[in-house]
Ligand binder design. Structure first.
Ligand code: SAM
Length: 247
């Protein structure tokens, strides 16, 4: 540990251990990875996922728009999404959000993780108010705190959740820890299912540019492009769903 750094505090939640680094960033002991960038998690979520999926332009003029995420984690990216929705939503628009999570954090952990961004405070507090104190149990949980949006948390293993899911997404945020540390979240069958759950023209964004993820997305019917990454990350992927390749 570097001089002056605080000892990490470990929280034993529902099957997942998170610890808080001296920089205040939560880290998963199970996956040995961080939930968001220590440089600025909110800026990273906005650059990677919101801009990566061309939001808010992509929902302009739409009466309903569906966003899906793999890896709800602290809810930071979804809080950033809802914050953007509130300032730039289409007239009479409705936002439906689906997020997959196998190891939900507790409400207190979510509140702590989001506390560093005062601009997110109203959204974070509404979202946390609708979120079960001990974290949601296995299954599907629809949280609603405003008439024009809903957040459905699908608690379970990503492959099982997506094979049972029936929504059709206009935008995808893939955020499941680094592929090298958590290959299950990026399995070709998971990426294939993501394609099948996409509307034509759906956009997808992720922080990784791993070759296996790129190939899996192409096989699933996405046009894939690399863009420069956030902060110290060199590259990341954005993609558009064109339909499954013939054959
Ligand atoms: C990088 S974190 C997500 C960060 C999140 N988007 C946020 O805004 O805080 C990755 C998440 O994926 C979840 N996860 C990891 N493997 C999973 C799996 N096989 N199925 C479902 N969720 C998984 C982890 O528990 C973790 O919360």
């Amino acid at each position: 540990m570097t001089a002056g750094a605080r000892a990490p505090a470990v929280a034993h939640g529902l099957g997942i251990d998170i610890e808080w680094g001296g920089d205040g960033v939560p880290r998963s002991r199970r996956f040995d990875d961080i939930y968001y960038s220590p440089e600025d998690g909110l800026a990273e979520s906005r650059a990677t996922f919101l801009e990566g999926c061309a939001l808010p332009a992509a929902w302009a003029g739409r009466e309903s728009f569906t966003v899906a995420e793999t890896g709800f984690g602290t809810g930071l990216t979804i809080a950033a999404l809802v914050h953007l929705w509130q300032s730039a939503k289409p007239v009479r628009g409705r936002l439906e959000v689906h997020s997959v999570e196998a190891f939900p954090l507790t409400r207190d952990a979510i509140i702590r993780a989001l506390s560093g961004w005062p601009e997110l405070r109203p959204v974070a507090s509404s979202m946390a108010g609708a979120y079960p104190a001990d974290g949601p149990g296995q299954g599907v949980h629809r949280l609603q705190w405003a008439p024009d949006l809903s957040l459905t948390l699908h608690v379970g293993e990503v492959a099982d959740v997506l094979s049972a899911a029936e929504f059709r997404a206009d935008a995808w945020f893939l955020d499941g820890f680094a592929p090298a540390k958590n290959p299950a979240m990026w399995h070709p069958a998971v990426l294939d299912r993501i394609g099948r759950l996409s509307r034509p023209g759906a956009r997808l964004a992720t922080f990784t540019a791993a070759g296996a993820v790129r190939r899996g997305l192409v096989a699933a019917g996405f046009d894939v492009r690399k863009q420069s990454g956030f902060g110290r990350k060199r590259e990341r992927i954005v993609a558009v769903y064109r339909g499954r390749p013939p054959g």
